[in-house]
Design a binder for this molecule. Structure first.
Ligand SMILES: Cc1ncc(C[n+]2csc(CCOP(=O)(O)OP(=O)(O)O)c2C)c(N)n1
Length: 574
């Protein structure tokens, strides 16, 4: 006899799932028992279900199959929610198995009962409670297929008395459909777009993660059009290295070369991107957008020529229709601005830079020597991390430092909570990545605020032998919020964090902990951390007053900053 739980776990193992993340308990005990007996699946018991959901979200983004997390009745399921939203907004196929009170109690406001079907309605592409064995194997198959085909979260809820129910003999093991056929834009839309591109003098490309698999075609497009290429943060992966057309990122994390490229074009060509910050996109340009999701076309800027289809197939079809351009003026100007900016950034990487006299901005730091520039830390990690490392970054300033100082070689991978923008994602996402391949280096760029939100799951790295390299940008602040406040002229408030020595916390939890307080010690500490055979936390006291200047700093932002600083000065003098 096979039980409901056994059927579910066998289906997941057959599909290639290697871990299930969560916290054990009550309604899901039959499921964890089935995992215990299934050699192909490892149970990773986390300390907070949100960490498990983030880990699963990371696994689903890095792999080509379902990733799975569990949260048991009521609060355990609720704790999954933020990590599941991350999966939803990253289009990551995640299955969440949730517990429920026994069927006879459902609807009676029983102890711990919450309405999972209502709770997960917005986050999921599929969301059902199994109330009868007659629904199987269908519901399991539908859940997996919905997550894989619609690229999102499927929630299967199991009431306490359902997981252990016997199934009729001969119940087939559910199988999941992984094939997603690629589509080519229609010939009419290709012709219209080609005519517009051929008529344009200068084209700028904005390329996103949806074009990662179309590297050859995107580079050929840029070469044919002599077009500068702005990359979204997510497109750094796979498209940054060895790309003579790229000019870095736009948006708040970006650089001014992207503004040169955007302003100077008369046609903007968006490929595989849903870049949301419309304020950074130029107005008054002819716009071509190629995206596999037709519903995404035009939602960030009005589009003249939509191309609905896979970016690789779309460009393969379009390229023969495009005339070569020989005017390199915009490309050269954008690239030289980019090179200048990059060289300028390098001065922050000099360990001696912080020892220059402290100005107004560093007035509040007791000992300027004791604070490390985050740029230096990021650059050293770039230098010593493996060529095929997986990087994760927390929402906050650490994402800016990665964007600017870590190069994505062809084989490096990058994930973060880039669409949901949640804090606390980097460490648990790193756990998920490390579990997929313990021999591959995984480096998390953690904010001190982000890390401390799910701090308990540092233990998971030790208890489950996950050799993550956790780099903590310990600025004693909710740094990005401090910057937001100061840019609009508010003095920083509520942003100071009273942190423990995270390296000692890590050591107490059984992992290697390294603390750095001086710029001169950064390089050696990073080298040691990256070479460490096992989980390690590198706690670096970074300068909280470091500013990441956006590509087009406005006068208002400059004034806001000055006013905020003078208010802080007055406040602290009072
Ligand atoms: C769960 C969550 N809470 C609040 C926010 C708002 N928020 C965005 S960045 C940030 C500060 C992050 O601080 P930290 O992790 O220390 O990183 P830093 O910016 O200092 O590098 C906050 C509070 C958020 N994005 N997610």
């Amino acid at each position: 006899m096979t039980t409901v739980a056994e059927l579910l776990i066998e289906a997941l193992a057959d599909h290639g799932v290697t871990q299930v993340w969560g916290v054990v308990g009550d309604a899901l005990n039959p499921v964890t028992d089935a995992i215990r007996r299934e050699e192909r699946i490892e149970w990773v018991g986390v300390r907070h279900e949100e960490a498990g959901a983030f880990a699963a979200s990371a696994q689903a983004q890095l792999g080509d199959r379902l990733a799975v997390c569990m949260g048991t009745v009521g609060p355990g399921a609720i704790h999954l929610l933020n990590g599941l939203y991350d999966a939803k907004k990253s289009h990551a196929p995640v299955l969440a198995i949730c517990g429920q009170v026994p069927r006879e109690e459902m609807g009676s406001d029983f102890f711990q009962e919450v309405d999972n079907d209502a709770l997960f309605a917005d986050v999921s592409v599929f969301n059902q409670t199994v109330t009868s064995v007659d629904q199987l194997p269908g519901l399991i198959e539908q859940a997996g297929n919905a997550a894989l085909q619609l690229r999102g979260v499927a929630v299967l809820t199991l009431p306490g008395d359902v997981g252990g129910l016997d199934l009729p003999s001969g119940t087939p093991v559910p199988r999941f459909v992984t094939d997603v056929p690629a589509t080519t834009p229609t010939p009419e839309s290709l012709e219209a777009a080609a005519a517009a591109v051929n008529a344009a003098d200068h084209v700028t490309l904005l390329v996103g993660q949806g074009a990662r698999h179309a590297r050859t075609e995107v580079l050929e497009l840029a070469a044919r059009l002599q077009a500068p290429m702005v990359l979204t943060l997510k497109a750094k992966e796979g498209l940054e290295e060895g790309n003579p057309y790229e000019v870095g990122q736009s948006g708040l994390i970006g650089n001014r070369a992207t503004k040169v490229a955007f302003d100077g074009c008369d046609l903007l060509f968006l490929v595989g991107t849903d870049f949301p910050y419309k304020d950074f996109l130029p107005d008054g340009k002819t716009v071509v957008q190629l995206d596999v999701r037709g519903a995404h076309i035009g939602r960030r800027t009005p589009v003249d020529h939509p191309l609905v289809g896979d970016s690789r197939l779309g460009l393969q079809a379009l390229l023969p229709m495009l005339e070569a351009k020989d005017d390199r003026a915009l490309l050269d100007e954008s690239r030289s601005t980019y090179q200048e900016w990059r060289e300028h950034q390098q001065r922050y990487v000099d360990p001696a830079y912080d020892r220059k006299p402290a100005g107004l901005l560093r007035r509040k730091i007791d000992n300027p020597d004791a604070r490390v520039r985050p740029e230096l830390l990021a650059a050293m990690v770039d230098r010593y991390a493996a060529d095929d490392a997986v990087f994760t970054t927390d929402t906050g300033m650490s994402t800016v430092w990665l964007s600017r100082f870590v190069r994505m070689t062809g084989t490096r991978r990058l994930i973060g909570s880039y669409n949901l923008g949640s804090m606390a994602n980097a460490m648990p996402q790193a756990l998920g990545a490390a579990a997929l391949d313990r021999s591959r280096q995984v480096v998390a760029f953690c904010g001190d605020g982000g890390l401390s939100m799910l701090l308990g799951d540092l233990i998971t790295a030790v208890s489950h032998d996950l050799p993550v390299k956790l780099v903590v940008f310990d600025n004693g602040r909710l740094g990005m919020v401090k910057l937001e406040m100061e840019q609009v002229g508010l003095p920083e408030y509520g942003t100071v964090l009273h942190n423990p020595d995270f390296a000692r916390v890590a050591e107490a939890m059984g992992m290697r902990g390294i603390r750095v307080e001086q710029a001169r010690d950064v390089e050696e500490a990073v080298r040691e951390a990256m070479a460490h055979d096992g989980p390690v936390l590198l706690d670096v006291l970074t300068n909280p007053d470091e500013i990441a200047v956006p590509p087009t700093p406005t006068l208002e932002q400059g004034w806001g900053f000055a006013i905020a600083k003078s208010r802080e000065f007055v406040d602290s003098a009072e």
